[in-house]
Structures are given as structure tokens and as C-alpha cells.
Design a protein around this ligand. Structure first.
Ligand code: GDP
Ligand code: MN
Length: 380
């Protein structure tokens, strides 16, 4: 999950990384008031989930509160790489002399975090990596120890960071690695780490990506998620505790168990259909859960029909059938539903579906073919 610069800086501050104070504004008025509070020149920075804001015109220095108001007014509402700027960070401007790059990222090949350091900071690190790879230093972190300050200092020195910056920069890099590990981040980056004219070493920008799989235990950060930025249905599903993934076809899919659901996607694709989404109801679902799952899947306006594929173990066929029948009256009129039930209670479940006039698949392939055919027939 991406978070904003001001949030990343909040995290880094807790780990002892020097960061400018800052406040978020959603209107030009507010930006003016904050600039007044800080006094002196401020930087107005677009808070959107993309990098390269500076180049796109989303980072500007304002000399006084009046200018802060004007600049914020221009940046708010701006489109940066397809994202609308809804808030800006207002922070006292630094007199930057030099810029360096510090990054930590999860490297699957090394099965560890990898620290990336460069004395050529401020600019796009991918660009440096491409054009001047010799300016970038990589170090695989020993996950037992993190990156002790002495190691961090050694790295910075080797990367050509001036010696006056190495001691404080080392402490910052070490803290960045700690912040990355403890907040379950897959990326933590300071670009630029600034050396100011008065000799301060400070994080002028920060970027952190939290591992989605860690959100259940990183509750504070999970609460920072912005529903309108992500997929609203996936967001709603998470809030309701449903395992749901949005895709881009027109067949809604409900199944139980990840393996069965994946196979169902393949079956639908093989039958010539395209899944719109899938919802895994897990084991032991009762009728009410089945009904809820169907109604949720149907909330996606792209869904033209639903395929329910259940292998009964603890989950009983009668419960599944009952749930489908209950959902039917609340689903859009004429929405095709095909169910395939196997295992516990399959005979009873199928009989219930047949009585209610619902289509059922003899097996997985038959069910997939039927739902694709019914959707096609409706489209004619
Ligand atoms: P990004 O473009 O999204 O990475 O946003 P940054 O926060 O990194 O800002 C881009 C550039 O603006 C930095 O590399 C700096 O050169 C400049 N910048 C940001 N904050 C300040 C500041 O406080 N003072 C000065 N002089 N320049 C700044
Ligand atoms: Mn930056």
C-alpha cells in the first residue's frame, strides 16, 4: 500500500530521522495560514501516490504566505500522472547544497532487504541506474541485524558521500532500514537526503510502501488507505472481511478455496468467458454468507452473470443452494446464475436449485460453459 510523503515522514520521524515539520492543506487558504505559522519560505508539495512530482510542477517554493496561497491554489486540483492533487504538504523550505539517495527495498532474489545508496540524489534513481550505474551502491541486509550504523557509514563513504555527511547520514540510513523492517515496508526511500547550507543533514523527501499482506498487523497504517485511490469494491470487500479480487471481464465468480477459485477462472476462460471478479467464501459458509457473497459480486456493474463453484466438505450443498435462492430476489432481474455443487449435500442442493428454476452445472466445465452461454444469449 502506498502512503503519502507526509505520512512516510511521520514514520521516519519516529525512528529518529531528521525531517522538517510540515502540515497538510486541502485549500489555498489553509496553505497560507500554515505558511504564516512557519514564517519564512515554505515548500508546497503535491501529495499524490507517484514520484517525479518536482518535474511535473507539483513541488514549488513560496517566499511568503501570500505566495504560498497562490502556489497551493495552482497545485491543488492539478493532474499529476493521472492523479488529481487533493492535498499539499506545506513545510519550511531548506537551503539545499547537496542531494543524496538512500533506499531500502525488498529484494526477492536475495530474500532480504537491499540497501541502495548514491551520492547522486535528488533525481530519478532509475535514471542514474541506467546512465551511471557506477554511482550506485547496493548492499544486502543481514535480516538478523538490520544495518548497524558502522556498516551504514562504510557504505556511504564507499558511495562517495562527503565525509562531513557520513556520520549523520549513517545514523539516518541505519534508522531507515529499521523503519523499513518494523513497519513491514517493501520500500523505504529518502530522495533527496539533503545537506543544507548550514550543515544539516535531513530527509527532504520520503517514500514508503507498506506490504499489503502486513496490513492486518500494521493497523495504524492500514487506516491510512484512501478508498477513492484504490479499487472501491476491493476496499469495501476488505472492510467486510471478504476475500475479493476485481478483474475486468463480465463473469462474476464465487467459489470456496483459493485453488478451486483459480481453476474456476481457468475454466471460464477456456469456455470463452472473461471473469469480472472472484470471491472466495472459504470453508464452512452458511446460506447467509453465500447470499452476501453473491450480492457483493453483483455490485460490480461489469458483472453480467455469476458462476458459483462449490466443492462441499464442511460447506454443505443445501446451505449454498439456500443462499443462492435467497440472493436471487435481490439480484438484478434476469441476471443469469449457474451453480456447480459437488461433495457434501450435492444431491439435496441441486434439487433445491432445480425446484427454484436455477441452472446448475453437472461439473465444473459444464457450469463454466453454461454461464458463458447464458451471458452471450442475453447479450443478443
Ligand atoms: P519528487 O520530485 O516527487 O521526488 O519530490 P521531492 O520532494 O524530491 O522534490 C523534488 C526536488 O525539489 C528535490 O530534489 C529538491 O531539489 C527540490 N526540493 C524539495 N524540497 C526542497 C526544499 O526544501 N528546498 C529546496 N531548495 N529544494 C527543495
Ligand atoms: Mn524525491
Amino acid at each position: 500500500m502506498k502512503i503519502h510523503e507526509y505520512q512516510a515522514k511521520d514514520i521516519l520521524r519516529r525512528f529518529g530521522v531528521p525531517v522538517q515539520p510540515g502540515k497538510v492543506a486541502t485549500t489555498a487558504d489553509e496553505a497560507e495560514r500554515i505558511a504564516q505559522e512557519f514564517g519564512g519560505p515554505v515548500v508546497i508539495k503535491a501529495q499524490v501516490y507517484v514520484g517525479g512530482r518536482g518535474k511535473a510542477g507539483g513541488v514549488k517554493i513560496a517566499q511568503d504566505p501570500a505566495q504560498a496561497r497562490e502556489v497551493a491554489g495552482r497545485i491543488l486540483g492539478m493532474d499529476i500522472k493521472g492523479l488529481t492533487v487533493e492535498k499539499v504538504l506545506v513545510t519550511p523550505a531548506l537551503d539545499i547544497k547537496e542531494e543524496y539517495y538512500l533506499g531500502v527495498t525488498l529484494d526477492r532474489a536475495s530474500q532480504a532487504l537491499v540497501v541502495i545508496v548514491s551520492a547522486a540524489g535528488g533525481i530519478d534513481i532509475e535514471e542514474v541506474a541506467e546512465k551511471e550505474p557506477e554511482k550506485i551502491l547496493r548492499h544486502v541486509v543481514d535480516m538478523r541485524w538490520g544495518l548497524p550504523p558502522f556498516q551504514a557509514r562504510k557504505l556511504l563513504a564507499a558511495a562517495g558521500v562527503p565525509s562531513v555527511v557520513v556520520a549523520r547520514g549513517g545514523a539516518i540510513l541505519s534508522a531507515l532500514v529499521k523503519a523499513c523492517i518494523e513497519s513491514d515496508a517493501t520500500l523505504a526511500e529518502i530522495n533527496p537526503l539533503a545537506l543544507t547550507a548550514d550543515g544539516k543533514v535531513i530527509a527532504a523527501d520520503a517514500k514508503i510502501i507498506i506490504d499489503d499482506n502486513a496490513l492486518p498487523r500494521q493497523k495504524e497504517y492500514a487506516a491510512w488507505a484512501e478508498p477513492e485511490e484504490a479499487n472501491p469494491l476491493e476496499f469495501a470487500a476488505k472492510a467486510e472481511g471478504l476475500t475479493y479480487v476485481k478483474l475486468d471481464g463480465d463473469v462474476g465468480i464465487v467459489g470456496n478455496g483459493a485453488g478451486l477459485v483459480m481453476t474456476t477462472l481457468d475454466m471460464v476462460a477456456r469456455a470463452g468467458g472473461k471473469p469480472a471478479n472472484f470471491l472466495d467464501i472459504g470453508g464452512g459458509a452458511k446460506a447467509a454468507a453465500m447470499k452476501k457473497a453473491l450480492l457483493f459480486v453483483a455490485r460490480d456493474p461489469q458483472v453480467k452473470g455469476i458462476f458459483v463453484n462449490i466443492f462441499g466438505g464442511i460447506t454443505r450443498g443445501e446451505e449454498v443452494a439456500q443462499g443462492i435462492i435467497m440472493a436471487q430476489s435481490e439480484l438484478p432481474v434476469g441476471m443469469p446464475i449457474v451453480a456447480r455443487l459437488a461433495g457434501t449435500g450435492e444431491v439435496e442442493g441441486r434439487a433445491m436449485l432445480a425446484n427454484a428454476g436455477l441452472t446448475w452445472g453437472a461439473d465444473m466445465r459444464d457450469g463454466a460453459q453454461k454461464i458463458v452461454a447464458e451471458i452471450a444469449a442475453k447479450g443478443k
